[in-house]
Design a protein around this ligand. Structure first.
Ligand SMILES: Nc1ncnc2c1ncn2[C@@H]1O[C@H](COP(=O)(O)OP(=O)(O)OP(=O)(O)O)[C@@H](O)[C@H]1O
Ligand SMILES: [Mg+2]
Length: 303
């Protein structure tokens, strides 16, 4: 029998999480509201993740080496770093999508509120409902209506809500995704009928409909215009009140604007494994990084 990820993961680790990204002072500062950036919210203890000695392989190729990182709950953590350093690979390992690629595997431990998602017997499908994913290119199901796109995760699991329960859930998720007002009169239209920015918000509504603890986003704005990008950035900050958000971005200004914690990854040269260089409160990483390579990358002096 396969185990599922418990719904009520209450192991309080937020302070420990923030501490591990920097100092004990960091923890206190992360717990306090940050003017202009938002705060991790009142439920900072829930949804924290611990990544311990994680390495990711494609066959025999080591793509990500020995990453240990604490991701605080109910906050935005940004993954930054040059192309090929393994940001997407690590992100996919976090919700056990990496292993879906033939020959790919991850070793080490990734815990959500203290529960190791790689423990033998844990059902990867239940991991993916607790740790949702939004991709670079918006990918609504074109054959499904806007409404069914929101419900898709539940439909796939054979748990489609009906009647008013479905209507309420759809309205709640679309409102949360800042999309309700734009689509409430055309819920039966195809998900494909929306603009790129609207499609991305629909994908976010779909991701949160299954009530995840964590939402992973891999360059969610890279295909969007500046206005849609701003809308998704505001949405990410808003989501962090109730979800742990991890976002990969190549946009340094965006990482600085929206994240509480920044993790910088790099690699020695093409084909070498990606490694975590440093992680800490975003204000510190951007103002006073400890490693010169981080400063160089943030200032655009990489390569
Ligand atoms: N499906 C795959 N099969 C084999 N190797 C892969 C696969 N996907 C990625 N890799 C390799 O793993 C390494 C890390 O790739 P990854 O896509 O995680 O980097 P990234 O930091 O997300 O890059 P980018 O910023 O360009 O998106 C690279 O060397 C890449 O070539
Ligand atoms: Mg990538």
């Amino acid at each position: 029998m396969t185990a599922t990820v418990p719904n009520s993961m209450t192991n309080s680790k937020a302070v420990a999480a923030a501490t591990a990204t920097g100092t004990a002072q960091d923890a206190a500062r992360l717990a306090a509201p940050t003017p202009g950036v938002g705060s991790p919210g009142a439920h900072a203890a829930v949804g924290s993740m611990s990544i311990d000695n994680v390495s990711c392989f494609y066959g025999s190729h080591l793509a990500v080496a020995d990453v240990s990182l604490e991701i605080p709950g109910r906050a935005v953590t940004a993954f930054i770093g040059p192309s090929g350093c393994g940001k997407s690979t690590l992100l996919r390992a976090i919700n056990r999508m990496h292993e879906v690629i033939p020959g790919a595997k991850a070793v080490g431990s990734i815990k959500l509120d203290g529960v190791d998602l790689y423990t033998k017997g844990i059902d990867p499908v239940s991991v993916r409902s607790k740790v949702g994913m939004v991709f670079q290119k918006p990918n609504p199901f074109p054959a499904m209506s806007i409404k069914d796109n929101v419900l898709a995760g539940l439909i796939i699991r054979g748990a489609r809500p009906r009647g008013s329960a479905a209507d309420e859930l759809v309205e709640r998720c679309l409102t949360r995704a800042h999309l309700w007002d734009e689509v409430k009169d055309r819920l039966k239209k195809s998900g494909d009928s929306l603009s790129g920015g609207q499609q991305q918000r629909l994908c976010i509504a779909r991701a949160i409909a299954v009530q995840p603890d964590v939402v992973l986003m891999d360059e969610p704005c890279s295909a969007l215009d500046p206005i849609s990008t701003l809308a998704i950035e505001e949405l990410m900050r808003d989501l962090a009140r109730d979800y742990t958000v991890v976002v990969v971005t190549h946009n340094m200004a965006q990482a600085n604007r929206i994240s509480d914690v920044t993790a910088f990854f790099s690699l020695a040269s093409a084909g070498q494994p990606g490694r975590l260089v440093e992680a800490g409160l975003t204000t510190d990483i951007f103002s006073a990084p400890k490693v010169t390579a981080t400063r160089d990358y943030i200032d655009g002096r990489f390569g």
